[in-house]
Write a protein that binds this ligand. Structure first.
Ligand code: SAH
Length: 397
């Protein structure tokens, strides 16, 4: 194992257990960097900080795996981390109504650069760097021995020759025909582990879907914007909504959303799916005076459509103003963002300003962040990206 050293200005940051290796923090990085290479890191005065591996991701060039000088980084280290992550999810394994969850969440479970999701016996591994991918044999061999795992799929999400490779492939075990149908709080979802970067369901929104289904759907007219495969709409329909409208501009969203309704035995009679830009739809709804009881806003952090672009950290207030213009009094806006650039404080400020400008009172009635199967480190708050506010719309000021 090689020894690497911090630039002195980073000594404090890393002595506080910061886990991500920043390019500018290391002395002579270029000479030492090899994907997957293990290192021992010391501060500028030579004091031990931790052991880690090199791997270039969109942020950072590696991860610290242990701050304990006595820890050996070998096969057993990886095995133990995976076993610990599995043990922590024992409640999920016992749950009869949910069989999809995150099994290992990167640095939050001690292995930065790697996530493993569990879908009713099938695993999806995301390798975020060539470096972590170099440990694939250790990880595959170990997982393949677990009898609760039927098959393993993988996505290599790292940069090679400047191109982001999101090739999907079968890893090991028993291959399966997709989609597979998983359950979340009793609702069926179709999952594809071999079809592009997204699988059909964002597991981190599980609690939000449950709350929508239980508390904000019954007899409600529900609008789901940026609806993707319509997961929120299906939950609203199961929660006895009067009507759902799903809006997404991607053409694939129509057949994918239709499929999610079908596998739950719900007809499209009261569930409209519209392939369109949400900002056009807001205009249309205003013109037709269509009003909603519940509106879900779950945009990507960044989106470009024709000449328009949406950047959550700058434009979220505009999106809220649009939603307020077509919501009924006492209605609820479920505003979500996964932008790490938009902090909760600013997000709440956008809410305050949007309601002030629209001249309505409001009350935040529920707040969510990542669920327990997506643990993050307090030393690395950047990874706690998800913020969701349930906002009740009040009287005109
Ligand atoms: N809310 C979804 C996930 C959203 S993913 C869920 O819970 O599953 C983001 C989606 O926004 C993508 O499907 C993308 O096609 C869509 N999108 C991006 N810009 C859009 C726009 N201007 N109008 C409508 N949909 C848009």
């Amino acid at each position: 194992m090689i020894n690497i050293k911090l630039q002195s200005r980073f000594d404090k940051k890393y002595s506080n257990n910061f886990p991500l290796i920043l390019k500018e923090s290391i002395v002579n990085l270029e000479e030492n960097f090899i994907e997957g290479r293990l290192f021992s890191l010391s501060n500028s005065k030579g004091k031990f900080i931790g052991y880690g591996y090199f791997g270039k991701q969109n942020k950072g060039v590696g991860w610290i795996l242990s701050f304990d000088k006595k820890q050996k980084i070998n096969d057993t280290f990886f095995h133990n981390k995976i076993n610990l992550a599995i043990d922590k999810r024992s409640d999920f394994f016992k749950n009869k109504s949910t069989n999809a969850f995150r099994l290992l969440n990167g640095e939050g479970d001690g292995i930065g650069g790697l996530t493993i999701d569990y879908f009713d016996g099938y695993l999806l591994i995301n390798w975020y760097s060539k470096g972590i991918y170099s440990f694939k044999n250790i990880i595959f061999k170990f997982l393949n021995k677990k009898d609760f795992i039927k098959g393993i799929y993988q996505k290599k999400r790292f940069v090679l020759g400047g191109k982001c490779i999101q090739e999907d492939s079968f890893g090991c075990g028993k291959p399966v025909d997709f989609p597979i149908i998983i359950k979340e709080n009793g609702v069926n979802f179709a999952i594809n582990l071999n079809d592009g970067a997204m699988v059909g369901l964002f597991l981190d929104q599980r609690e939000v879907r449950k709350s929508l289904m239980k508390r904000y759907s019954n007899h409600k007219n529900v609008l789901n914007t940026f609806s993707y495969t319509g997961a929120f709409s299906v939950c609203a329909a199961i929660g006895k909504s009067q009507k759902t409208t799903s809006i997404d501009l991607a053409k694939r969203s129509f057949p994918k959303t239709k499929e999610q309704f079908e596998i739950n035995n719900i007809t499209l009679e009261n569930n409209e799916i519209i392939v369109e830009d949400v900002f056009n739809y807001f205009k249309f709804a205003r013109r037709k005076e269509i009003k909603f009881d519940t509106i879900i806003l779950d945009p990507p952090s960044f989106a470009q459509f024709k000449k328009k672009r949406f950047v959550a950290s700058k434009d979220y207030k505009k999106l809220l103003i649009e939603a307020i213009s077509i919501i009924k009094r006492n209605g609820v806006i479920i505003a979500s963002t996964n932008s790490s650039l938009l902090e909760m404080r600013t997000f709440k400020l956008f809410v305050k300003e949007a309601f002030y400008d629209s001249k309505y009172d409001y009350k935040i009635i529920e707040e969510y962040s990542l669920p327990t199967d997506f643990p993050s480190l307090k030393e690395f708050p950047e990874s706690n990206y998800l913020k969701i506010l349930f906002i009740r719309v009040g009287n005109i000021q």
